[in-house]
Design a protein around this ligand. Structure first.
Ligand code: BV8
Ligand code: ZN
Length: 250
């Protein structure tokens, strides 16, 4: 694989991850042959219209995913990004489309959950704050909000057609701006099919510090990257981090 040159002290790194980084931990991806969207129509289970139509089905889908996380642990790719954060501190930002919480479980702290979190729930009607929740609703009626008593609870996930958190987008933008020409961008394990995440590479490119893609196959937005390594995340990400930190390969 193409190794990046070691980082200088004035450089910063933005990493975008997708489902592929968790695949080797045993979490299903979305668009691969065994992916979640082969068995479920995303309009039915991951859109506000789908939730209005059949909230119990949506809860079944997310409950199964919550249950599927039992015993799942981060892999070498998640751990390598922790090592990078520990070396760079505030010069590092991790943006994940994943809702599985594995980056946090590995030890990453500067993480933006662009599409929400699987183990957080909120009310679909009132403004009660989102709360940690590991409960399963595999059958029966969908749960109601304990604060207002009338609204339905829903997973704290950004569905198709919903806007992403403004603060999160502003944070990413500020991190890029401060990096200027010294921003390096890496995308890992993502098909580049979902926006606005898939457009981050275009924004990073304008800064000129270099854009890398590590993925099992060519992503839809592959042409926007300066470098593409076709490989599994668990082997390629640790090597990329080793190159960036200027360390000898083990
Ligand atoms: C919005 C729920 C404003 C979370 C998810 C054109 C331009 C801009 C926007 C749009 C546009 N056309 C349509 C839109 C809107 C839409 C969109 O992007 N649609 C696409 C399909 C065209 N976007 C939105 O609606 C977003 N909001 O734009 O707001 C707005 C609002 C209204 C109207 C207009 C504008 C909201 C998007 C949120 C989507 N939420 N799901 C959940 O349940 O988990 S999307 C879903 O896809 C997941 O969240 C996931 O994170 C995301 C991306 O998927 P990936 O992570 O990339 O996973 P995927 O399976 O696709 O790929 C995995 C890759 O890994 C593969 O390539 C595989 O080869 C690779 N891989 C596998 N194993 C490994 C590996 N690589 C390395 N190592 C391995 N071991
Ligand atoms: Zn409520």
């Amino acid at each position: 694989m193409e190794q990046p040159l070691p980082l200088r002290d004035d450089e910063r790194v933005l990493v975008l991850t997708g489902a592929g980084i968790s695949a080797e931990s045993g979490v299903p991806t979305f668009r691969d042959a065994q992916g979640l969207w082969r068995e479920h129509r995303f309009e039915e289970v991951a859109s506000p219209e789908g939730f209005l139509r059949d909230p119990a089905l949506v809860w079944q889908f997310y409950s199964e995913r919550r249950r599927g996380m039992e015993g799942v642990v981060p892999n070498a790719a998640h751990r390598a990004l922790v090592e990078l954060e520990e070396a760079l501190g505030d010069r590092f930002l991790l943006v994940t489309q994943n809702v599985d919480g594995l980056h946090h479980a590995a030890g990453s702290r500067r993480v933006i959950h662009l599409h929400g979190e699987l183990f957080v729930t909120r009310c679909a009607s009132c403004h009660a704050p989102p709360f940690s929740d590991r409960s399963l609703h595999l059958e029966g009626p969908p749960p109601r909000c304990p604060s207002c008593g009338v609204g339905l609870l829903r997973p704290h996930i950004v569905w198709f057609g919903e806007v992403l958190d403004e603060e999160a987008l502003a944070h990413i933008d500020a991190f890029m701006q401060e990096g200027g020409a010294n921003l390096r961008f890496l995308a890992v394990g993502t098909s580049g099919a979902v926006y606005p995440a898939a457009a981050l590479v275009q924004l990073a490119r304008r800064h000129g510090g270099g854009t890398w893609l590590i993925n099992a196959e060519a992503a839809d937005n592959r042409d926007a990257f300066d470098h593409f390594t076709q490989a599994r995340a668990s082997s390629a990400v640790p090597r990329w981090v080793t190159g960036l930190l200027g360390r000898q390969k083990a």
